[in-house]
Write a protein that binds this ligand. Structure first.
Ligand code: TA6
Length: 289
């Protein structure tokens, strides 16, 4: 596959001779770029911090162990929105090359968290995040380990993918019809989805529950991306539209016209991980260029 890996102090870049390339910031293990023949397929805010001062605005931030604003009275109540995985530095564990492409494994464990975070979520855990690049796919997979011999813990996990698109007005999303979704622009109330092809006409922030594994993003009626989840229950569809002006790290202002978040995860309810057990789930992002 003519694969190569370059690593420096804060990021690792995978590339294939076929013209595919991906860059992962060790901070948050955040994929910040995925290109095929130099065409950028992820949206990254031009005002995003990339220095580890705050979560990256764009690319594929990781959500663990809680999705959204933690609710009072739960074990995660003291954690920041979307948890701590995206705001900690991960370790590069290793690389695997095969005929289809190249992947890297990154790790984060309870041992690598600061005392303050550990005090807010006092569970032993291990995360192994694999990012695999092939000619036309970017695969992201997470293993969650619970090494504690006697206590289980609950978690959410989600891959918060910002897909780059030519024009949000020409987007259609397929694969979520006939599902029930929670509408976060309407206080989380549940609604039935009927549209075969969902259009983004304004601020959209929906958690589609128990979704089929494949979502297709059409641009001008033709498939541009397919997002196929494995071992994950839900799909979040998000575009802030003009409400993006409230985010200090969102640029350019019109950037919402060039992105749609299709986020696979298990977030509508908490997943319980038994003592000594491990869990795995992931997403295959495929570009149809
Ligand atoms: O995934 C959608 C969402 O939960 C939205 O509600 C919005 O908050 C978005 O995540 C971004 O969250 P962030 O903490 O990165 O600003």
């Amino acid at each position: 596959s003519g694969a190569s890996i370059e690593q420096d102090s804060d990021r690792v870049t995978l590339s294939l001779s076929s013209g595919a390339k991906a860059t992962i910031l060790l901070y948050g293990a955040t994929v910040i770029s995925w290109t095929i023949n130099d065409r950028e397929l992820l949206w990254l805010s031009e005002a995003s911090a990339l220095d580890g001062s705050k979560a990256v605005r764009g690319g594929i931030p990781l959500v663990f162990p809680v999705f959204g604003p933690p609710r009072a009275g739960t074990a995660v109540e003291a954690l920041p929105q979307h948890g701590f995985a995206r705001i900690n530095k991960w370790n590069l564990l290793g690389r695997i090359e095969d005929e289809a492409g190249i992947s890297v494994d990154l790790g984060l464990s309870s041992d690598s968290l600061d005392e303050d975070t550990k005090s807010k979520w006092p569970h032993s855990f291990g995360l192994i995040y694999s990012v695999k690049l092939t000619a036309d796919t970017l695969e992201t997979k997470m293993v969650v380990q619970n090494p504690d011999p006697s206590n289980s813990f609950d978690f959410n996990v989600l891959f918060h993918t910002y897909l780059r698109i030519p024009d949000v007005d020409k987007i259609g999303v397929q694969g979520l019809d006939s599902l029930t979704y929670r509408d976060k622009t309407l206080g989380g109330s549940e609604h039935p989805e009927s549209a075969e092809t969902i259009k983004i006409t304004g601020e959209t922030d929906r958690v589609y529950m128990n979704a089929p594994d494949k979502v297709t993003v059409l641009s001008d009626g033709a498939p541009l991306f397919t997002v196929t989840k494995l071992g994950l229950k839900d799909v979040v569809l998000w575009n802030p539209h003009t409400s993006s002006s409230k985010m200090g790290d969102w640029a350019p202002a019109e950037g919402y016209k060039n992105m749609v978040c299709v986020e696979a995860g298990s977030v509508a309810s908490f997943q319980n991980l038994e003592a000594g057990a491990a869990w795995e789930g992931g997403v295959v992002h495929k570009a149809h260029l």
